[in-house]
Design a protein. Structure first.
Length: 380
């Protein structure tokens, strides 16, 4: 088995400091340090492609640029990299979404992956004209994926559901290959949707024991549907030649957190309806001390950022060891990021990936043979 690694396109802006925001909170001012232009995002994408990342995740929401349009433009400046496009099922019809995905596949040579985001914050959903409550949104997501998957298989689909209705829907051209569907969620209804419809279940970077519980939960639900899923994890990374250098960088980022910004972001996130977000908040409780919640797993990012709030911090060898620890639980795909995203892609790609290759758990998608670097070309 070869592990799969994806990077992140910061369509909310990039910086040498943490860009906060997400889950209904606006991006922080640091996001203006490096605006998310197509030129800059393409630079990150080309670096990720060269280093051996398979794909790149783009976020969704009012705090960032539109994922579909941005990745369509960036794809023209890359050759192999896939795009894990986050989108919300309630904002477009399932027939149109299936058609958009099919077009994207043809125009990029099959480089689309879909990250289905049901939407955890009702106030943000209402800004887009969506007034369903959280449970209803998950039920609608199930109906949405039922239609989309049928269309992708070339079927003529009619559905009179609780929230969606289509009649004699059919695509003139089906996608080839069919995009894989990624999805995350910690509520009971989220688990049911994952078990029935998705290919890869994603979790945020919780400690291994909690991740193991989630994997067992979803595996059990999927087995009852006669299905098997793959599992992925979403993490930030701070990896350096030595552990001391990595933790010094984590300390530098933490020192840049304005106390008022932390209070404001934590206050907003505390009102989140997302069970996954509440699990992230519980890892640090809004405190700046005791942020290493498992060896080399740091919860500091979550003080100012919604969603993924933990980072692997350590030497290249330590970070590689933690990745293998998660892999032993059943995690096959790692969706990673770091500030700034261009430099951190090189730290990880030249420091950690060759070590994993040497141990036989990863290989470069282009077949390149990697050797561990003792020093990477960028400094933070």
């Amino acid at each position: 088995m070869s592990l799969t690694f994806h990077w992140f396109l910061p369509t909310n802006g990039d910086s040498r400091h943490v860009v906060g925001g997400g889950h209904g909170t606006p991006a922080t001012a640091s996001g203006r340090d490096r605006p998310p232009t197509v030129a800059y995002l393409s630079q990150i994408a080309r670096a990720a492609e060269d280093l051996g990342f398979v794909g790149a995740l783009t976020p969704t929401g009012a705090w960032c640029e539109d994922a579909w349009l941005t990745t369509a433009m960036v794809s023209q400046n890359t050759e192999r990299l896939k795009f894990l496009v986050a989108f919300r099922p309630g904002f477009v019809s399932p027939t149109l979404a299936a058609q958009m995905a099919s077009t994207f596949q043809r125009e990029t040579g099959g480089r689309l992956l879909l990250n289905v985001v049901t939407g955890g914050e009702s106030h943000e959903q209402r800004a887009y004209g969506d007034f369903l409550d959280k449970d209803a949104r998950y039920r609608r997501t199930g109906e949405f994926l039922e239609v989309v998957r049928g269309l992708w298989e070339g079927e003529t689909v009619s559905l009179k559901g609780e929230h969606l209705r289509v009649e004699d829907a059919k695509l003139a051209r089906v996608p080839d290959p069919v995009p894989e569907v990624y999805f995350g969620g910690s509520s009971p209804l989220a688990g049911e949707v994952a078990a029935r419809h998705v290919d890869v279940y994603l979790t945020w970077g919780e400690p291994p024991a909690q991740v193991a519980e989630k994997i067992a939960w979803i595996r059990g639900l999927a087995a009852r549907q006669g299905r098997t899923l793959r599992f992925g994890i979403r993490l930030h990374v701070i990896t350096r030649d030595t552990s001391e250098q990595a933790w010094a960088e984590a300390g530098r980022l933490l020192d840049g957190f304005d106390p008022e910004t932390v209070r404001s972001v934590q206050g907003g996130l505390a009102r989140s309806e997302s069970e996954g977000q509440q699990r992230m908040l519980a890892l640090h409780g809004g405190r700046r001390d005791a942020l290493e919640i498992h060896p080399n797993l740091w919860a500091g990012i979550g003080l100012v950022r919604g969603g993924a709030g933990t980072a692997l911090v350590g030497s290249h060898d330590e970070v590689a060891a933690r990745i293998k620890e998660y892999a032993a639980l059943g995690i096959e795909e790692f969706v990673l990021s770091g500030y700034p995203h261009l430099e951190e892609a090189y730290w990880f790609g030249e420091g950690v990936l060759p070590r994993l290759a040497a141990e036989g758990v990863w290989r470069h998608p282009a077949g390149r043979v990697e050797t561990p670097a003792t020093q990477v070309p960028f400094a933070s």
